[in-house]
Design a binder for this molecule. Structure first.
Ligand SMILES: Cc1cc2nc3c(=O)[nH]c(=O)nc-3n(C[C@H](O)[C@H](O)[C@H](O)COP(=O)(O)OP(=O)(O)OC[C@H]3O[C@@H](n4cnc5c(N)ncnc54)[C@H](O)[C@@H]3O)c2cc1C
Ligand code: SF4
Length: 479
């Protein structure tokens, strides 16, 4: 560490921290001093590919396996992430729809949960900036959410069945906005739909490593990897110091401003280990709920498409039903499904049906005797979400009646959607949440708590584009 004190100390190197840093550096003085503390290490993409090919790589054992980094009190529910440089950008799948304006006003429109203090219009420019940074491929025509301009990359191709649904549903059925490249950019290859996106063989999806945003190469930034943060010194209305480990030694550093971006599980753990007494800290953990639906078709082949998820369907998403049950986002999956029946091999389409859930107090993160290892208590999804699953099963045959459907089969729910949300939710005041609309802690006014922990509600849309836009917004509005 070059200094004892910095203008900004950032914790974590995932989307939340990196997008915050990008905006901060664009506004900060040439003399600014920034320290970044990252628990994990860089595991380069080329080395990850070696591991996938079954070859030896010294990097494979460098980072803690995610399963060993928390205690899971519900074996039926999983939470996935990567404690490494770049966080879960290394293993995400790159689905990047925006939220709808209504997602931010669930209370005022539908009388459930809470409204977000920040609204779609305030985030719109930051959505655009995040999409440009990730070079998102998206639809060239109208979308269910307002947009001021075109997507940076052209859309991926629909399959033959997607085309029928597009014809019927117009702007409610769109090419999926995605960080899986349609054209080459920044050394990223063209997505070819191989559907092994966890470690993309052609590096087509955006990652922090291939992002080219240059924040960790900036001369104002000092990055220390292998440096897990243990807790913060919280005094009255400020963070006074950040405590971390490096090479087995406890160290501390102070920052004029501190930005915590370690995901919703570890943000909560660090805040709780620091003595944050906000009654919502750690509470209202959650995410979406999903299942796979297989639709067998009579005499209609489903072929084509140019990526892993080609399309998003919004037919079950927004509307007055959200007073009673959850929205559902459909993902048309281009994983190579086959029917083992002569002449019908490709007469099948598969949808991932993703449901929103309501934040519940009974789902939470708590500390344990091991300061780096939180315990996760997840008792289950809300009735609001489970009712939506039943309604979807009732309504889907009607929605797909423009197709020659032979039969529909719903698979059991997934044990995770790989999103971690809630635990430090955004609210207008400390009586209702942990951070304000700029992601600044209601009590500790030099502390940003970034990422999905700030989500007030859990809309069905994948969260990471919004996490990134919120970080840009927070840094832009606050400096
Ligand atoms: C398999 C998979 C597929 C996914 N696909 C999609 C998708 O298609 N679309 C989508 O929107 N989202 C997807 N996600 C979710 C997405 O990856 C997350 O929403 C996103 O990565 C969250 O970003 P973050 O920066 O908040 O947290 P993370 O990416 O989890 O980054 C947190 C960072 O903090 C570091 N850290 C943790 N604890 C400490 C500590 N104590 N001290 C210092 N550093 C620490 C970590 O090492 C990491 O670098 C997927 C996730 C997974 C696992
Ligand atoms: S579908 Fe294949 S090429 Fe496209 S991002 Fe995923 S792994 Fe990469």
């Amino acid at each position: 560490m070059k200094h004892d004190s910095y203008d900004l100390v950032v914790i974590g190197t995932g989307f939340a921290s990196s997008f915050f840093l990008k905006k901060y550096l664009s506004k900060a003085a040439a003399s600014a001093k920034v320290l970044v503390l990252e628990r994990g290490h860089l595991y380069p993409h080329q080395e990850r590919l070696k591991e996938k090919r079954g070859e030896e790589t010294p990097y494979a054992k460098l980072n803690v396996p995610y399963e060993d980094s928390y205690i899971n009190n519900n074996p039926e529910k999983h939470w996935k992430f990567q404690p490494a440089f770049g966080g879960s950008s290394n293993c995400w799948y790159g689905c990047t729809p925006r939220f709808l304006p209504s997602d931010f006003k669930m209370k005022s429109l539908y009388g459930v949960a809470n409204d977000w203090p920040v609204q779609y219009d305030e985030l719109e420019d930051y959505y655009t900036e995040a999409e440009e940074t990730m070079s998102i491929s998206g639809p060239a025509d109208e979308t269910p959410f307002p947009r001021k301009g075109p997507y940076p990359q052209p859309p991926h191709e629909f399959t033959t069945v997607d085309k029928v649904l597009k014809q019927k549903y117009g702007k409610l059925y769109i090419n999926q906005p995605t960080a899986r490249s349609r054209v080459q950019v920044n050394g990223r290859g063209i997505c070819c739909g191989s559907a092994v996106c966890h470690t993309c063989p052609v590096d087509a999806k955006f990652t922090i490593e291939n992002s080219g945003i240059g924040v960790y190469e900036d001369s104002r930034v000092e990055l220390i990897t292998g440096a897990p943060v243990l807790h913060l010194d919280l005094q009255q209305d400020k963070v006074k110091a950040v405590h971390f480990q490096k090479d087995g030694r406890d160290q501390k550093v102070s920052g004029e401003v501190v930005a915590l971006g370690t995901n919703a599980m570890f943000n909560a753990n660090i805040l709780l280990n620091s003595g944050d007494s906000n009654k919502f800290t750690g509470k209202y953990l959650g995410e979406q709920y999903g299942l796979q639906t297989m639709v067998y078709l009579d005499g209609q082949a489903n072929v084509g498409g140019s990526t892993w998820v080609n399309a998003n369907g919004y037919m079950l998403y927004d509307g007055d039903h959200r007073r009673e049950y959850a929205a559902c986002l459909m993902e048309s999956s281009n994983y190579p499904y086959f029917r083992l029946e002569r002449g019908k091999w490709r007469n099948i389409i598969s949808f991932r049906m993703i449901f929103e859930d309501l934040p519940q107090e009974r789902n939470y993160v708590a500390t344990t005797a091991d300061v780096l290892k939180p315990a996760v208590h997840f008792k289950g999804i809300s009735e609001y979400a489970s009712k939506a699953v039943e309604k979807m099963k009732e309504n889907l045959p009607g929605i797909l009646s423009c197709l020659p459907v032979e039969k529909i089969e719903h698979e059991p729910p997934f044990d995770t959607e790989a999103h971690i949300l809630g635990t430090a939710r955004m609210s207008n005041s400390a009586s209702d949440g942990v951070v304000d609309k700029h992601l600044i802690h209601h009590q500790y006014r030099n502390l940003f708590v970034l990422g999905g922990s700030s989500f007030t509600t859990f809309t069905p849309a994948n969260p990471t584009l919004t996490i990134s836009a919120l970080s840009l917004y927070a840094a832009d509005q606050s400096f």
